[in-house]
Design a binder for this molecule. Structure first.
Ligand code: GRG
Length: 311
């Protein structure tokens, strides 16, 4: 029987129990860590594989893989179907962090509580470690995905490419670099930067999970809206934390935005209004997935976690 709360999504309610996010995240993180750990082995030339593993296995919340797994499962797919894509998303995210930290970009010394890749391996190897992870991410999806039709795998690969390139992360990073130090960056430009630099991969995480499970168009639209909202909320909270959290909490240099004279959401709205705007986006995101009923609880709890997080 389909309850009134999930009518139209094609997904039936299964549970009505309290959802324990901490437990869910710990379980999913452990599975992702294990899969990532197996994804890359060190062979000749050792240095590049070690550099790739150094950043990939340096911790991190694993939010993108978890979103992918949660969305695939929401629509009746399995962890096995989504894990290669989940790992690829983390490889892409990690490579973007390595390149973002380079002296030519954001120039940072710490990431995930450790010295950045170029501080350990040098700039040349750090660039190549990023390149290696990016290329391997696509190979990994194509070669490792099982129990999913070739057509869906192809759609996932296209979607990932779109999120990474000039229409996504790369485009967002370019506008971010161009805006640095400028006093007149508009809110529209700031939104463009973050919808691309941060939002595109978060959206791809959700959408790829949905594609793997065979989502229809209306569910893809609904889930995509959910992801866009949490993506922007995530960045607003990131900007607030850059001001309010310590380096120990963040695992990276705090106060970086002010130092680099970057336009941020708090610079437009102040801290309290930024928190309010992030909360409003999270509320909207949760409403998008409400029609899925209890099976949307992981996605709703992850949305709440985005505003509650301290790092
Ligand atoms: C993708 C080809 C290619 C090039 C990279 C450098 C660059 C182009 C883009 C920058 C992308 C970037 C670093 C965006 C910031 C996203 C963000 C908010 C990162 C922090 O994410 P968390 O908090 O980090 O999920 P953890 O460490 O928990 O995974």
């Amino acid at each position: 029987m389909t309850s009134s709360s999930n009518r139209g999504t094609g997904v039936a309610d299964e549970t009505d129990t309290q959802f324990d996010l901490a437990d869910y995240l710990a379980t999913q993180q452990a599975q992702v860590e294990a899969a990532l750990n197996q994804s890359i082995t060190v062979v000749y030339p050792d240095k590049i594989y070690e550099a790739m593993r150094y950043s990939l296995m340096a911790g991190g919340k694993r939010l993108r893989p978890i979103l992918c797994l949660a969305t695939c499962e929401l629509l009746g797919g399995t962890t096995e179907m989504a894990m290669p894509t989940a790992c690829a998303l983390e490889m892409i995210h990690t490579m973007s962090l390595i390149h973002d930290d380079l002296p030519a970009m954001d120039n940072d010394d710490y990431r995930r509580g450790k010295p950045t890749n170029h501080k350990v391996y040098g700039e040349d190897i750090a660039i190549l470690a990023g390149d290696g992870l990016l290329a391997y991410a696509f190979e990994f999806v194509a070669a490792q995905t099982q129990q999913v039709s070739a057509e869906r795998v192809l759609q996932v690969i296209a979607r990932l490419g779109h999120a990474v390139g000039a229409a996504g992360l790369v485009g967002g990073q370019v506008v971010d670099l161009e805006s640095e130090g400028k006093p007149d960056v508009s809110l529209e430009t700031l939104n463009f930067i973050h919808r691309h630099k941060t939002g595109a991969l978060l959206e791809a995480s959700v959408v790829c999970g949905a594609i793997l499970a065979g989502a229809d168009d209306s569910n893809l639209v609904r889930l995509s809206r959910y992801a866009q909202d949490i993506g922007l909320a995530f960045q607003i909270v990131d900007d607030v934390l850059d001001i309010t959290a310590t380096q120990e909490e963040l695992g990276k240099t705090a106060g970086k935005d002010l130092q680099a004279q970057k336009a941020t959401y708090p610079s437009f709205w102040g801290i309290e209004e930024s928190r309010r705007q992030a909360q409003a986006l999270v509320t909207a995101a949760k409403a998008q997935v409400e029609p899925f009923g209890d099976r949307a609880k992981p996605l709703q709890a992850i949305a709440d976690y985005i505003t509650a997080r301290t790092h």
